[in-house]
Design a protein around this ligand. Sequence first.
Ligand code: UD1
Ligand code: CA
Length: 475
Amino acid sequence: MKNFAAIVLAAGKGTRMKSRLPKVLHPVAGRPMIHYPLVVLKALKADRVVVVVGHKADEVEAAVTQGTFDYGAVDFVVQDPQLGTGHAVMCAAGRLRDYEGDVLILSADVPLITEATVKALFRVHRRRRGARPALTLTTVMLDDPGGYGRIVRDSGAAVERVVEHRDLAPHQRGIREVNAGVYLAESRFLFDNLEGLGTDNAQGEYYLPDLVALARDRGRAVAALTLSDPTEVMGVNNRAELAAAAAIMRRRINTRLMLSGVTIVDPAATYIDDGVKVGADTVIYPNVHLAGRTVIGGDCVIEEGSRIEGCRVASGVRVRSHSVLEGSTIGEGAVIGPFARLRPESRIGKGARVGNFVEIKKTALGKGSKANHLAYLGDASIGEGVNIGAGVITCNYDGEKKHRTVIEDGAFIGSDSQFVAPVKVGRGSYIGSGSTITKDVPAEVLALSRAEQKVVEGWLERRKAGQKTTKKKGG
Ligand code: UD1
Ligand code: CA
């Protein structure tokens, strides 16, 4: 979209959230609410974006600038104290006063707004026929309009003004058309008239929607885009609305993925963050969470109850039930779980297997290697074709520092062995079960460190005899 700047309102405290966290940072499908308008603005290529922050301004600013997403150039202005939505735009005016073009105003607490709707708003605002509107607003009909500003239309059905819920006169209570809080204004009109807003209302605040009546007083036209889908412009003001908005967002994300070829067995019970990518023919079972900046290839199976956060998963991978994967890379065709845990910076090679109750941290497990049962592998480099037996543990921490274990290609590690790091096992060597390895093992040898087994003859008879005498004494 050409020739427009944008203001995002994000200064309010969000009192009705009853939260320490600023409202606009509450997550919807894994991203802070404010993420969504910023993504729309980036897609529409706004000339400039000004975010108005106020309540916990530093936290909100940090979430935008230091988060994992790049929203392009974003300017911040601080509104302190917060005297209403009209006042918030006055605070942003300083940055945009010289701007010639249209100014789009979005609220950070309206996360479901789409690029398509904003484009439609532009079409209405810039329509060639008729007087050019000073302001175009977005409206929607609601069965339950409680809390929203209501649209008052004149006898010719043109928008006359907006009356906030708390300022409604009894005869206006039946109005079902509401202000969605998404506006497009001519910059000149906007910045010349903001000063004209008053605070003569129930909340004693500067109301941005009062610009509608102001425009009409100046003899300017006000246009409106009336949406048919009320969910899009749903404002999030409390936690019940937060949950409702998140459910809608998840449905959107899941539908998009299903239409691109992903099977989601139960979309209502599948939690995928905005921005996560999944390849075609991957099957996702219920209660799976795909979080952070996760990318999953095609032809994978993600079984029920698994959580995958910030991972790159190649194609053909099977993540079996109830596995937790964080910050790791999984090679093609690997099988993880059930009940496996991959902690950050782990790299699982092609066709490798990580079985039940195996925890892996900052460890590379080479191509085709297997750790199938009950193991802890931390700070280790494990080569290709290595077999890690049940109960193997890397003792990577000496109470102060972490140390590395290196196991070269083709090694066979017997069950219940421990590696007191730093230590290395050479290529192709065998470690006998139950060994505690404290020194480097060269290539192609058998190493074992266990006490020799003893057989004690006659022990059982002696024990039984001993028990009889004790019983007699006792009885
Ligand atoms: C606002 C509209 C209402 C509309 C509704 C749609 C006003 C006066 N009312 O009501 O007509 O139906 O949105 O969702 O605008 N904010 C600031 N600074 C402030 C106050 C608010 O930046 O001083 C921000 C908030 O952080 C929020 C947005 O503006 O992102 C909207 O504020 P909110 O208090 O939620 O307005 P509503 O009562 O929902
Ligand atoms: Ca609101």
